[in-house]
Write a protein that binds this ligand. Structure first.
Ligand code: CA
Length: 229
């Protein structure tokens, strides 16, 4: 079931949105304050965000910008003023869509559905169950355990390969070092989470043009790493 977070301080509007989305089969959570909304958006897993623009504490612009620094989850901005839409566009905050109040709840539901479908296609096309993963200049053959970067084959150790494949198969998801260590090294007793850092460094040396400005595996400071789609 797709999970939607609504950040909206007008309870009547939030409840209306929630009712309609739930009728369409979505799981919906509401946050009334901008700061709490942002915290939940960054720490919990949601499939879509609906952000009101005018909020106490932190406005929708700021929340949108902060979410986009770490997540590609679809964002629908809700505004009371038509002028704000130009502002949203102009700021290039990365919102996927915007709707002005008052809107019909069924239109909101239609837009949420459309963005979720588009996003799932995007993710799905890069996480197919076949044996070849191709993301921009990188090609990974899972069966043969071979990696090419811009047509040039690069040697990978077993764990480097496993780590790269795991990240590439879960693009845009931020993993902590602990999660990655658990996933790739499992129950093996040798090593610790510093092993993850070392392996990420080695992978970057092979796939990145400039390791100081990684285009594929990004460091999310204070959290961990993600493979950028
Ligand atoms: Ca508001």
């Amino acid at each position: 079931m797709s999970k939607v977070l609504i950040v909206e301080d007008e309870i009547a509007i939030a409840e209306l949105e929630k009712d309609y989305l739930e009728l369409s089969g979505f799981e919906v959570e509401i946050e009334g304050s901008g700061k709490d909304g942002l915290t939940r958006a960054l720490t919990e897993e949601f499939d879509m965000f609906i952000l009101d623009l005018m909020l106490p504490g932190m406005d929708g612009f700021e929340i949108c910008k902060k979410i986009r620094e770490v997540k590609n989850t679809p964002i629908l901005m809700v505004s009371a003023k038509k002028d704000d839409i130009d502002k949203i566009r102009g700021l290039g905050l990365g919102a996927d869509d915007y709707i002005t109040k008052p809107f019909s709840p069924s239109e909101l539901v239609a837009r949420v559905k459309a963005h979720l479908a588009r996003y799932e296609r995007l993710i799905g096309s890069n996480a197919q169950e076949n044996d070849i993963i191709e993301i921009r200049g990188i090609k990974i053959d899972k069966t043969a355990r071979r990696v090419w970067v811009n047509e040039e084959e690069k040697p990978f150790t077993t764990k480097e390969f496993d780590l790269l494949v795991f990240l590439a198969q879960n693009p845009n998801h931020v993993f902590t070092k602990e999660e990655l260590f658990k996933e790739i090294w499992d129950m093996e007793s040798i090593g610790d989470i510093a092993t993850v850092t070392v392996h990420i460094k080695k992978i970057r040396e092979k796939i990145e043009m400039n390791t100081a400005k990684p285009q594929y595996i990004e460091t999310i400071w204070g959290v961990g790493y993600r493979f950028k789609l």
